[in-house]
Design a binder for this molecule. Structure first.
Ligand code: NAP
Length: 550
């Protein structure tokens, strides 16, 4: 389907949620467009992350597109937090409903992208050496799409099966009567463990650092199904108990709450400081959030993300919960984090801590007994041999920059993106980097992306880019590049806002700490979604201030 004869107006790399919406907009704008996707189908992260228990930690009614009223009216989510299969079904529905597949080349992976300054176009080469020329390029490559596969000593000698949560096979993996080891205790493992514990003969959890997690309290969504429409309430902000029809009745108001928020999510906000209320009041608020479930826990008080003393009150509350939920006090202690809550992304679970009360689970503490090597039959730590049939790597991703660096991207004057960003991902608004004209990144480093409801952030980025392309067309411009000055200022601002934020107070993938040799900078923009959108709008209103247009 790829043509090497024509010069496309736009090539979109990736057919996840960012790629699909970009393609929809490009077709609407009647651009000559193609999307290139390495997988055999749409869905991006939801295509690859199909491990048992995978589901979203943002509520379905919010983790969905809002660009089409018809789409949000007709689609019926079944649970408060959608499962991976349901989200993938939704992505497929979007691709079919808007006839996007005809412009997607599947099973094709872009290996290099080089800007031809003389001809003012990009030249891309894929895994089958096809050349694709395009005026504009959108990197819709996702933030968590390149696996972190630590180089464990002698990993190749293991004779059993090894799987990574981020690239789970499409066929059923039989875990029955198997001794299974899982390495890592981040969000993926926290979702996977309670699911597989009911199947395996024995599960060994190899933990280096404990993670904070709060209960999801997932439940089926409530539908009126036309029965009592006359009693329909007008939704006033966030309310967990609304019937779906009530949310849809005024979906735009509900969405507006998210637009004006820090995390692009309508959350119950409490503007109090955790330190300005009595101990009893604080405990009541935490208890209420814990019982209602989900990420709103971290918004229980306004200062949990900024004030360490306030943060400690929430951390202590969760530590006490771990103590009360896990029967074996030694295991409970090992599962208890000692760093601020919310620094590593807060996980949302269903029965994670309770899983450790089962008879067929063992927690292996890699802090005190480090993992030394794999061997033919399993894993050796400094203390024990663990015989295993299956090993699951839940070791995460080379986040935000990994996938961009996997493509050999070369801009003006032969600058390679990988070299330019060797000390940190410098760009303007997370959208474009100086030296790389006509190339946009969706939810890239320097934008709120992974700190927000991703679909809302994706739609904002895509809308901004297509407004920009239209502006260029109307003003006879065919070249746009972020200025070095604007990007330096943005990068400086980005780093400044992150200094006092709880998210930079520990070692996490947000700062690239999980990848050996990676520059240690806070990558996503932590200044808040609504402030970020204000800045983007100001830039476009001022004729793309900070960009060089020719
Ligand atoms: P992660 O949060 O990076 O966790 C990786 C785990 O592997 C950590 O416990 C880490 O320990 C451990 N690990 C890494 N290298 C290791 C090594 N060499 N030896 C021993 N342990 C090692 O990855 P993830 O759980 O896949 O989650 C990544 C992100 O994906 C999340 O933060 C979230 O944004 C997203 N996600 C979202 C959902 C959802 O929506 N519900 C679900 C899953 C994932 P250390 O902490 O000591 O490094």
């Amino acid at each position: 389907m790829i043509s090497n004869k024509k010069i496309y107006d736009l090539v979109i790399i990736g057919a996840g949620f960012a790629g699909l919406y970009s393609l929809y907009k490009a077709k609407l704008a009647k651009l000559n467009v193609i999307a290139i996707e390495r997988a055999s189908n749409v869905g991006g992260t939801w295509y690859w992350n199909r491990y048992p228990g995978a589901r979203c930690d943002v509520e379905s009614m919010q983790y969905s597109y809002q660009f089409s009223n018809e789409l949000q009216e007709e689609w019926e989510w079944t649970e408060k937090y959608a499962t991976q299969p349901e989200i993938l079904k939704y992505a497929n529905h979007v691709a079919d409903r808007f006839k996007l597949r005809e412009n997607i080349q599947f099973n094709s992976e872009i290996k290099s992208a080089k800007f031809n300054s003389d001809k003012n176009h990009w030249e891309l080469i894929n895994n089958t050496n096809q050349l694709i020329k395009t005026k504009f390029c959108i990197m819709a490559t996702g933030c968590l799409s390149t696996l972190n596969k630590p180089k464990f000593k002698n990993i190749e000698s293991f004779k059993g099966e090894i799987y990574h949560t981020g690239n789970w096979p499409h066929h059923h993996i039989n875990l029955k009567n198997k001794k299974v080891g899982i390495i890592g205790t981040g969000s993926s493992a926290i979702q996977c463990i309670p699911e597989i514990i009911n199947e395996v003969e024995h599960l060994y959890v190899f933990q280096r650092t404990p993670h904070y997690t709060v209960p999801a309290r997932n439940k089926p969504l409530k539908y009126l199904k036309g029965k009592t429409k006359k009693y329909m309430r007008e939704p006033v902000g966030y309310d967990n108990d609304l019937f779906i029809e009530e949310v849809k009745y005024n979906y735009s108001n509900f969405r507006l709450k998210a637009q004006n928020s820090v995390a692009a999510m309508a959350l119950p906000i409490n503007h109090q400081s955790a330190l300005n209320v009595s101990k009893e009041r604080r405990e009541t608020v935490f208890e209420d959030r814990w019982n209602k479930g989900g990420v709103p826990f971290i918004a229980a008080f306004e200062d949990l993300n900024f004030d360490r003393e306030a943060n400690e009150t929430a951390a202590k509350f969760v530590r006490n919960k771990i103590k009360s939920l896990v029967k074996d006090s030694h295991v409970a202690k090992l599962l208890t984090p000692d760093y601020p809550i919310g620094c590593k992304r807060l996980a949302v679970d269903s029965n994670y801590y309770e899983s450790y009360n089962k008879p067929n689970i063992s927690l292996v503490d890699l802090k005190t007994t480090p993992l030394e090597e794999f061997y033919a039959k399993g894993i050796n730590t400094s203390k024990n041999h663990y015989e295993l049939d299956i090993i699951i790597l839940a070791t995460g991703f080379d986040a935000m920059t990994g996938t961009l660096f996997n493509i050999d991207i070369e801009g003006k004057n032969n600058i390679k993106l990988k070299n330019k960003w060797s000390e940190g991902p410098k760009n303007y608004l997370g959208l474009a980097s100086s030296g790389f004209p006509n190339l946009f990144t969706i939810s890239g480093p320097g934008s709120p992306s992974v700190l927000t409801n991703m679909i809302v952030s994706i739609e904002q980025h895509v809308n901004w880019i297509f407004d920009c392309i239209e502006y260029m067309k109307n003003n006879n411009k065919n070249f746009i590049e972020a200025s070095l000055k604007a990007e330096n200022e943005w990068y400086k601002h980005n780093q400044e806002v992150s200094i006092d934020h709880v998210r930079s107070s520990c070692s996490s993938w947000y700062i690239g700490a999980n990848i050996k040799g990676k520059a240690k900078n806070f990558m996503p923009y932590v200044g808040g979604y609504s402030k970020y959108v204000e800045k983007c709008d100001e830039v476009s209103k001022n004729n793309y201030q900070g960009f060089i247009l020719k």
